[in-house]
Design a protein around this ligand. Structure first.
Ligand code: SF4
Length: 316
């Protein structure tokens, strides 16, 4: 059984301008122990999908799905949400400084989470906190436990956030742009850490990013989101070797690579369509260099091809 199954996930928000459709019928299947990339440009629905998987959509939002299950557990039931949020599924965000409480030490914040989930005594809680900080590569754990968030670098803060996310014993970690605010060296360290935690703890990770370089180095499989829908999904290797959807081809063409010095990068002209009163047909039609007549009237569905590759495009 797959760890996470998502079928026909749609998320919309009531706004003063009308109903904003952020996500439209997303299907995802996440296998245990894999790192799955959700990639796309800003506003394509990546983060809101992650928040829906955590049950964290605000009261102005409406989430519908025909299936949303973790290890067979139906997440569409409110009671089940309470049992899994933070316990079996955890989430880390782009800006760790904004997520950590500046008025408590790292030790107080970690201890709070450990005690809440495991009801351990003080000595066992301290031991577990040290173990978690060691796991995320903070070797001087005893010292780190006494520090406040502002005394740590951005990379150390993100390691603490990962420790907090793992403190509940979570089996699925949703990492929303976890390296975007970090410099390149630290970014690479955090990505290596996520991979080593996956291997050591059989953690499953959904990595939300706009950076295809991060996907290439970290993810086993990937889904490319466009305007709230999955445009293409496949193994990472297959996506980079054989991108099929014109949007994916555009994203890869816009990416700087070794050996392309002196050649201009491609740009995808135009911008994402509005989520309010979206037009009929393919959501990429207004920007697609290969647009056909049918694309203006019929929205393509995600269709499997060879090698577990699936594309939502009338060309296939
Ligand atoms: Fe382009 Fe048509 Fe394919 Fe959409 S369905 S990506 S407009 S070719």
């Amino acid at each position: 059984m797959s760890l996470l199954e998502v079928r026909d996930l749609s998320i919309s928000f009531s706004t003063s301008h009308g109903l904003f459709r952020a996500v439209n019928g997303v299907n995802l299947t996440i296998e245990r122990g894999e790192i799955f990339g959700l990639v796309g440009e800003t506003g394509c629905g990546k983060t809101v999908t992650g928040l829906a998987l955590m049950g964290l959509i605000s009261s102005t939002g409406r989430v519908t799905a025909s299936r949303l299950s973790l290890d067979g557990l139906n997440l569409l039931s409110t009671r089940n949400w309470q049992n899994v949020r933070g316990r079996r599924i955890s989430m880390i965000f782009q800006d760790p400084a904004a997520c950590l409480n500046p008025t408590f030490t790292i030790g107080q914040q970690l201890s709070h989470v450990i005690r809440y989930h495991f009801h351990l005594d003080s000595a066992a809680t301290h031991h577990r906190a040290v173990e978690l900080l060691n796991d995320v590569g903070l070797s001087d754990a005893a010292h780190t436990l006494r520090t406040y968030p502002h005394q740590l670098s951005g990379g150390m803060q993100q390691r603490v956030m990962i420790a907090l996310a793992l403190a509940s014993g979570a089996e699925l970690l949703i990492a929303d742009e976890p390296t975007t605010a970090l410099d390149v060296t630290i970014q690479s360290q955090i990505l290596r850490l996520l991979k080593s935690l996956r291997d050591k703890h059989t953690l499953t990770i959904i990595l939300i990013t706009h950076d295809l370089g991060v996907v290439a180095h970290t993810c086993d499989r990937v889904a490319v989101l466009y305007a709230g829908s999955v445009a293409e999904t496949s193994s990472t290797v297959d996506l980079f070797r054989n991108p099929k959807h014109p949007y994916t081809q555009g994203l890869l063409g816009a990416m700087p690579r070794h050996g392309t010095r002196g050649k201009p990068l491609l740009a995808i002209e135009g911008s994402l369509p509005s989520g309010i009163n979206p037009s009929v047909g393919c959501p990429f039609a207004a920007r697609c260099p290969l647009v056909m007549k049918i694309c203006r009237t019929d929205n393509p569905t995600l269709t499997p091809t060879e090698n577990a590759h699936a594309i939502a495009c009338h060309l296939y």
